[in-house]
Design a protein around this ligand. Structure first.
Ligand code: GDP
Ligand code: MG
Length: 669
């Protein structure tokens, strides 16, 4: 039995999903975190699965999320719907409820956030509201777990017995809208029955002007004319256009029901507090400076203070471990090739990457705090105006910010961007946001060439990524993607203190992910690099790695990189292995330079000058992200050709930027 969780954005669907299934999906205080649906089995009930759908405000497909949610309900035909309603915002949430009721699917309403309603002195008469809507209602608090088991029992019961909503008319019997609905319903009844679609739902869709529905129902020409005639008549009688008339009907119904059944809480403390903070955090003059300060502090803490301290500690541990293993292997008298594989290959490669685990976890910690407190939503809102000028919408800002973590989820998050044009544009520029896998590369080079200036260099690099991304967007806006972004409407959630459990789970998830990559992709890349540089084409162990297979390969590419200031074959190979995962650049360099992470920085000074180091950093910042990110771009863009174009464009931009740095910098030095 499958139950679908449906509700507005940020109403607590994922929290409820986690509490029902015991899973650890990411909960964020940001509208639009869940962009794909997710299935889990309910712990307490046998053979029952729930599906966490993306948050939507209506069933009219304006965004990807609405399409995903709507198609799921219509095509997969879940046994029942659990409609989650944020009780602190009941009117707006019920708008979707009314549309769901029209679907004629067994349904239970979960009235969530009742803890906040009660804390602020509000009450809701459940029996009264349930009678008005014709569906069972269970008050819950997903966060505290109150009412969750009653909810699931009730939902299972309703779905098993196929209890349909008992009210289906939301309009005043004498109104023109009512007449219009009935006339249309009469007209299309046979078509809807043939397709086994609820006729009222089809009717509403037709009145809303959903052309998809007209085609689905295969209406005849005279029926289409009749339909249009009925609707126009209604528009004349009500003086509203068709959509406004339906919206008006729903809101009038909701208003009356709420007036009867709900005692409004006072302005909630959370909301008042949020308004106070927002005066500064989204204030006209203060918002952007505050945001810049916040980001700088985060970078400083991550790269100069906490992260670097922990990373140093970690690399000491790895170093000690490596030395111990080295000693043991030497004593044991193991074959020198195997010894080299373990120490020069695996330990220096994987070890180099592992030591950056703490920096990355700290970075994710801050990003998740930004998101969970509700600040990220504000930033999107504040950034909407400046971004609009270059053809992006504020919504695109969040994927960009998530891109600092990892490009893959960031590109997935572009699904929250409303129009196809805005979304494609956002996908194109997200890879320019420097992902966390590049942090090891930056850190090593900073230690070698700019010691003590970590945060500064990092900010400059991230800033360059952002600026290049924005310039690219602007270039596209004036060429391929002409037009303006759709208006940005988003409700700002109240500020909330992030739950330690949710943050801890997220960090654990990211750390696990990183470790997994280190021991899979990076491990394999390291071993391959070690292999290729230890043997020549005839599979003899080489004395000097310049005679190895890898050197032969690298030398083919190196000339392309010479104009950028780093034409050594080892660097060329490192950059190529970066296609598998960006951390592999560092593991490859460690293997090729025969050093451990502690000495890597020192060895680099014989290959780079500070100027070529900058040029190299700019190149790594901008060139194409890893295979996983490319695959995601391909999936979201749905075209191999476009994806190939994106890869070429990015590598081209990276080359040009690094070239400019090296050539122009050379004039001054
Ligand atoms: P979704 O977007 O619908 O999946 O919503 P989430 O599950 O991500 O939750 C959004 C926010 O609401 C998070 O900050 C949750 O901690 C918070 N939240 C969820 N349920 C409750 C509840 O019952 N009471 C309170 N006070 N907060 C809740
Ligand atoms: Mg969610």
């Amino acid at each position: 039995m499958i139950l679908a969780l449906v509700g507005n954005q940020n109403c607590g669907k994922t929290t409820l999903f986690n509490s029902l299934t015991g899973s650890n999906r990411h909960v964020g205080n940001f509208p639009g975190i869940t962009v794909d649906h997710m299935v889990g089995s309910v712990r307490s009930t046998k053979d029952c699965e729930v599906v966490d759908l993306p948050g939507i405000y209506s069933l009219r497909p304006y965004t990807q999320e609405e399409i995903i949610a709507r198609d799921f309900i219509l095509n997969e035909k879940p046994a029942g719907i659990i409609n989650i309603v944020d009780a602190t915002n009941i009117e707006r949430n019920l708008y979707l409820t009314l549309q769901l009721i029209e679907l004629r699917v067994p349904m239970v309403l979960a009235l969530n956030m009742m803890d906040e309603v009660h804390a602020n002195g509000g009450t809701i008469d459940i029996i009264c509201l349930s009678a008005a809507l014709g569906i069972p209602i269970v008050p819950i608090s997903a966060l505290k777990g109150d009412g969750v088991s009653e909810l699931i029992d009730r939902a299972v019961e309703v779905a098993k017995n196929r209890v349909l909503p008992s009210v289906h008319d939301f309009c005043d019997n004498s109104s023109p809208v009512h007449r219009c609905i009935h006339a249309v319903m009469h007209l299309i009844q046979d078509h809807a029955d043939r397709l086994e679609l609820p006729s009222r739902f089809c009717t509403i869709k037709l009145i809303e002007g959903d052309s998809d529905m007209v085609d689905r129902l295969e209406l005849l020409t005279n029926e289409r004319e009749m339909l249009e005639h009925i609707i126009v008549e209604m528009e004349i009688e009500t003086g509203l256009d068709r959509n406004a008339a339906l919206a008006d009907m729903r809101y009038t119904f909701i208003e009356q029901a709420v007036a009867r059944c709900v005692v409004k809480p006072q302005e909630s403390r959370e909301h008042l507090r949020s308004l106070k903070y927002d005066r500064i955090l989204t204030g006209k003059y203060t918002a952007i400076p505050v945001f810049i300060v916040v980001m700088c502090v985060i970078f400083w803490l991550t790269f100069n203070v906490i992260g670097s301290f922990l990373s140093d500690l970690m690399s000491k541990v790895i170093e000690a471990l490596s030395a111990a293993v080295d000693g043991a292997l030497t004593n044991f008298g193991i074959n020198p090739v195997v010894h080299s594989l373990i120490i020069d290959g695996i330990f220096s490669g994987v070890g180099a990457v592992l030591s950056f685990l703490p920096v990355i976890v700290v970075l994710f910690f801050f990003l998740s705090i930004l998101e969970d407190t509700g600040y990220m939503a504000r930033i999107a809102f504040v950034m909407d105006r400046p971004l609009r000028k270059i053809g992006l919408s504020g919504r695109a800002f969040v994927p960009m910010l998530l891109g600092f973590g990892c490009t893959v989820p960031a590109i997935m998050a572009t699904r929250t961007v409303s129009s196809d044009r805005d979304r494609k544009l956002a996908i194109l520029i997200t890879p320019f946001m420097s992902c966390s896998a590049k942090v090891p590369i930056y850190s090593v080079f900073i230690a070698a060439f700019f010691p003590g200036k970590g945060a500064l260099v990092m900010i400059a690099l991230y800033g360059t990524g952002i600026i290049i991304g924005l310039l690219t967007a602007y270039a596209f806006k004036s060429t391929i993607f002409k037009g303006n972004p759709v208006p940005f409407v988003m409700e700002l959630p109240n500020y909330r203190i992030p739950s330690p459990k949710s943050v801890a789970l997220l960090l654990w998830d990211k750390a696990k992910d990183f470790l997994q990559r280190a021991f899979t992709i990076i491990f394999v890349a390291t071993v391959i690099v070690w292999f290729l540089q230890t043997f020549d084409i005839r599979l003899n162990v080489v004395a000097d790695s310049a005679d190895s297979m890898l050197a032969t390969l690298g030398q083919c590419i190196a000339p392309l990189l010479s104009p950028l200031g780093f034409g050594d074959w080892r660097i060329a190979t490192a950059l190529i292995s970066g296609f598998t995962a960006k951390e592999a650049v560092i593991s490859t360099l460690s293997v090729l330079l025969h050093t451990s992470i502690d000495n890597l920085s020192t060895s680099l000074t014989s290959f780079f000058t500070p100027l070529t180091a900058v040029s190299f950093l700019v190149f790594t910042l901008l060139y194409t992200p890893c295979i996983a990110a490319i695959a995601t771009v391909k999936r979201e863009m749905g075209s191999k050709l476009v994806t190939f174009g994106v890869v070429v464009m990015q590598t081209g931009i990276a080359w040009l930027a690094a070239f400019a740095v090296y050539q122009i910098g050379g004039l001054f030095i």
